[in-house]
Design a protein around this ligand. Structure first.
Ligand SMILES: [Zn+2]
Length: 421
């Protein structure tokens, strides 16, 4: 294949997607899930895939599936690749887009080879563009619908920040909400799933390594911690006699951070992102502080250990300041390990392309984390300049993306039974 022609097509694809949902000069991109801009991006993608000779359809969730049949015909299993074209509000030009366009590039090259007389591979190759990855309606709507991890009836009643339900948004996008459940793929339809994504961190850039091989998608624990003390006069109450809920929360916050560093094996992340103080007045000792925190790690046992240590620290900090602590687990997502076979295929493909890789943990839950819970999945990271993401400054270099597309193509062909691609 002519690498130059492929790179040119990929460049044109980035320009075309970058023209959809762009804010005024200097701003970022806004393509909310099931909104008009995401619809335009999906329409554009469908046209591009059809022009390359691929079979294109939308599933019940509106996910776009473009397919090149293998020897098993239209019902045969596929090696599926993809990501998303929706964005957060005022987001960047690469998150999700990189994975969709690399997959399109792979399928376009394969379709070109097929048209030139190459035989069909044993397995089909597919591109999937998932809807609403960024979570206008609760995160990863399209991929969860595809794996059956979404309960359609409950999901359709979910509202976005403006009160619009998923059912209304789907209807507005020309989709039938009644078909949401039909997006679920039968067992065995997807033999393996591969996703290229931007790192959204700066480990690759700092190491000067072009590709990250994701080992696992971090699991999450969200926990709320409430410290209860007693309101009193800020001027009159002696220091030693106070039951200051904020003093307890502050002691806890400092030790929580140290605990995550000490017990987290360098991998775990712990963040206190929500702080509510009551009564939140300058001359009253805080009676109550509510903290919302989250823990992330690739190891379920370590997450459990960190959660236990968090509860112990909260009790210790409260006792030291005469307050009481209540710890409530809010939400847990288990870690998802990437599968050995597709990981090995990506590693071998990178070696064949002469590109160095390093193992990385994915701290954000991508579509590959949802797919990886039910099919063998693996993920490739490309560097994000300065680690910036979900902002207009998001940037990944074109040659790095082209390298990832070549690695993806080799790995997908190998997994589809076509040798080392
Ligand atoms: Zn993404």
């Amino acid at each position: 294949m002519n690498a130059g022609a492929g790179a040119e097509a990929l460049g044109a694809d980035f320009e075309a997607v970058g023209a959809i949902g762009r804010a005024a000069a200097g701003g970022g991109w806004s393509r909310p899930g099931y909104g008009a801009e995401e619809c335009r991006a999906i329409d554009w993608l469908g046209g591009r895939a059809r022009a390359a000779g691929l079979e294109v359809r939308l599933d019940g969730a509106g996910n776009l599936i473009a397919r090149l049949d293998g020897q098993g015909g239209p019902a045969g299993p596929a090696v599926t690749m993809g990501s998303h074209l929706d964005t957060v509000a005022n987001g960047g030009a690469f998150d999700g887009v990189v994975g969709v366009l690399c997959a399109l590039d792979v399928l376009r090259r394969q379709a070109g080879a097929r048209a030139a007389g190459a035989p069909a591979l044993p397995l089909a190759l597919e591109l999937v563009c998932f809807r609403d990855e960024e979570g206008r309606f609760g995160a990863l709507t399209g991929s969860r619908a595809m794996t059956g991890a979404l309960a359609p009836d409950a999901a359709l009643h979910r509202r976005d920040a403006d009160g619009v339900t998923l059912a209304e948004a789907m209807a507005g996008a020309g989709l039938d909400p009644g078909r949401l459940g039909a997006a679920r793929r039968p067992a065995g339809a997807i033999a393996a799933f591969l996703e290229v994504h931007i790192e959204q961190g700066r480990i690759l850039e700092d190491a000067g390594i072009p590709l990250g091989l994701v080992t696992a998608i971090a699991g999450q624990r969200r926990i709320s911690v409430r410290f209860e003390g007693a309101a009193d006069h800020a001027g009159a109450a002696p220091m030693a006699a106070r039951r200051d809920a904020f003093a307890a929360a502050a002691r806890f916050a400092d030790r929580f951070r140290e605990m995550v560093i000490a017990r987290g094996g360098g991998r775990a992340r712990g963040t206190i992102g929500i702080v509510e103080v009551a009564p939140n007045l300058g001359n009253v000792i805080p009676a109550e502080v509510r903290l919302g925190l989250e823990l992330r790690d690739e190891d379920e046992d370590r997450l459990a250990d960190l959660a236990r240590a968090t509860a112990a620290l909260a009790a210790e900090a409260a006792a030291a300041l005469g307050a009481a602590a209540t710890v409530r687990p809010r939400h847990a997502t288990p870690p998802v390990a990437m599968a050995a076979a597709p990981r090995a295929a990506l590693a071998a493909a990178a070696r064949a392309e002469g590109l160095a890789t390093m193992p990385l943990l994915s701290g954000a839950p991508p579509d590959a984390g949802i797919l990886g819970a039910v099919v063998p999945a693996a993920m490739l990271f490309v560097p994000s300049r300065g680690g910036r993401s979900h902002c207009p400054e998001e940037w990944s270099d074109r040659p790095g993306i082209e390298g990832a597309a070549r690695v993806l193509g080799r790995a997908a062909a190998a997994l589809a039974g076509g040798g080392d691609g």
